[in-house]
Design a protein. Structure first.
Length: 200
């Protein structure tokens, strides 16, 4: 199966400009699905099947997916996939469809890194605002999203089929909004410094 045309090249050291980082981010490829699926299955009560990711990567021109890898010494070549996320760009809206971190690597800022990468990549693909759904019980994720100016704008009743839990709809301001842009830039710079200080 042939993949859809490649996305625009990501900037060097995406999504941060600094050197010395212990991780790297790139577009997901079909060959990555084998590593993505164990994280998917460990992260969600109703995980997507591998076939869904193959469809997203090869047939859905609206979709984009990223993976985050460690950079293994001594040559800092890409190591195993530790986190991933995806979004769709529909007109000028970037809809974040999924984000997950390997259970053994949670609590190290990789979820926040992946969120920043998704926001930046969606903007590269023409998104003017970002939106997502999150379980009403997932207060940790909601806290991260609010930190990045996602605000609750609605609720989808019984959205999650595994337990009929509601989903909150959360959306950012327009990315061109000066207040949002300044806040986002400051948060991203702080995160970049924190990630540079992490030991390899």
């Amino acid at each position: 199966m042939t993949e859809i045309p490649p996305h625009p090249a990501l900037p060097h050291a995406f999504p941060f400009a600094g050197e010395g980082l212990s991780y790297c981010t790139r577009w997901m490829q079909v060959d990555d699905i084998e590593q993505v699926m164990p994280i998917e299955n460990a992260s969600f009560p109703a995980p997507w099947p591998a076939s869904a990711y193959r469809y997203e990567l090869t047939r859905n021109k609206l979709s984009s997916y990223l993976v985050l890898q460690s950079k293994d010494p001594p040559l800092l070549r890409p190591g195993p996939i530790l986190a991933y996320g995806g979004f769709w760009v529909i007109l000028d809206e970037g809809h974040i469809s999924t984000i997950a971190v390997h259970p053994d690597w949670r609590g190290r800022g990789l979820g926040e890194w992946t969120l920043v990468a998704l926001i930046d990549a969606a903007i590269l693909r023409g998104a003017e605002e970002l939106t997502l759904e999150v379980r009403v019980s997932n207060h940790i994720a909601q806290g991260l999203y609010r930190k990045y100016a996602f605000a609750e704008v609605g609720r989808r009743k019984r959205y999650y089929h595994d337990n009929n839990e509601d989903a909150l709809i959360m959306t950012t301001p327009r990315v061109s909004d000066r207040t949002f842009a300044d806040q986002y830039t400051a948060l991203k710079e702080t995160l970049g410094r924190q990630m540079q200080s992490q030991p390899r």
